[in-house]
Design a protein around this ligand. Structure first.
Ligand code: MRU
Length: 333
């Protein structure tokens, strides 16, 4: 098959979209068909395709192929687009990417597919710029802790927070990465480990509840995480557990950064209290060890207030708290 775009977790041709099944990593590398919106909706909802930038890019590629292959009416195209737009509620990258396509819904299939490819290419460039900006903050010899997977699997480029880490490693800095396993679905333990091994970056895997003790031992000089939606006042949603890390950093005096592309900024969201937080199935927490009847609360994300953030590592620049307060994020959307 001749792929016209390829990333760590997506392969697209003129007629097919394949997605690396992230629920089976690190032990099995299985590619799933995501060519039709029925398939893509299930892949996104089951987290086989996951990570804020990736779900946006995967959804628009799928819609572009749907337009090319099925020649749907404009009404049918909009119906499928809105359905994918609602497949997960928190990462604004999904909504913003699909809205770009919807603006072109009357332009014809070729224009829609071309726009989807452009969104792919933009994500690659945004990730590279984030990596470059963020790596300037990392000092040789530092221990850097991260949470959830934000690398090449979660984007179509080199990643966001993990991209900052791998960029500084490639620059020759001797860093050590502490990987939160990221309960309940273990994106850190399964996916960051897989990516860091491929990149040969030294790391240590910890359970999420070990982060505080690790910090008290002086092992962590920076924490860098991703984001699923950044409000205009700097509050941001990211994988649940992020807020606890930010509070721990405050106590230990450790700089805490979020890294994200401009596509993660939500111009319509004034503060974190406006961010919709996805709640997922109870069995993701119960697994096979808790009673089947155990009552569960399973928010997939939490919201970290801006005052706990040392800097927002974006593609254009690293934004300071002072600049966020002056409204800088609005200018960078
Ligand atoms: O539920 P997930 O695995 O899609 O959550 C992903 C995260 O929270 C990531 O940190 C975020 O999407 C940034 S990915 C570059």
């Amino acid at each position: 098959m001749s792929w016209i775009r390829e990333s760590l977790s997506l392969r697209v041709s003129e007629s097919q979209l394949l997605c690396l099944d992230q629920t089976l990593l690190p032990h099995q590398e299985v590619w799933q068909e995501g060519t039709h919106p029925d398939q893509m909706e299930a892949l996104i909802q089951n987290l086989q395709v996951r990570g804020a930038p990736l779900i946006g890019v995967a959804a628009v590629l799928c819609l572009g192929l749907f337009a090319q292959k099925q020649n749907p009416s404009e009404e049918e195209f909009r119906r499928q687009a809105l359905r994918l737009r609602e497949s997960r509620p928190t990462a604004v990258n999904l909504m913003r990417a699909i809205d770009r396509l919807l603006e072109k819904s009357s332009d014809g299939a070729a224009a829609l597919f071309a726009e989807a490819l452009e969104i792919f290419d933009e994500d690659v460039a945004l990730c590279a710029a984030i990596g470059k900006n963020g790596a300037e903050l990392i000092v040789d010899g530092e221990g850097v802790l991260t949470h959830c997977n934000t690398g090449g699997l979660a984007t179509v480029g080199m990643g966001t927070a993990l991209g900052v880490i791998t960029t500084s490693f490639t620059q020759g800095k001797k860093i050590h990465v502490y990987v939160d396993e990221t309960r309940p679905l273990l994106q850190g333990g399964r996916l960051n480990t897989w990516e860091l091994e491929k990149a040969k970056v030294p790391y240590t895997l910890i359970c999420d509840n070990m982060a505080g003790f690790l910090m008290s031992k002086g092992k962590v000089q920076k924490v860098i995480v991703g984001a699923d939606r950044i409000a205009m006042n700097g509050d941001f949603a990211n994988k649940v557990g992020t807020y606890s890390l930010a509070v721990l950093c405050k106590h230990h005096g450790i700089p805490f950064y979020t890294a994200a592309p401009a596509t993660t900024l939500d111009p319509d969201c004034e503060s974190g209290s406006n961010i919709p937080v996805e709640e997922r199935a109870a069995d993701e927490v119960r697994r096979d060890w808790a009673p089947k009847s155990a009552p569960v609360w399973n928010p997939a994300f939490d919201v970290t207030p801006a005052e706990l953030v040392s800097g927002w590592i974006l593609d254009k620049e690293v934004v300071s708290f002072e600049d966020v307060q002056k409204g800088r994020l609005k200018e960078l959307v």
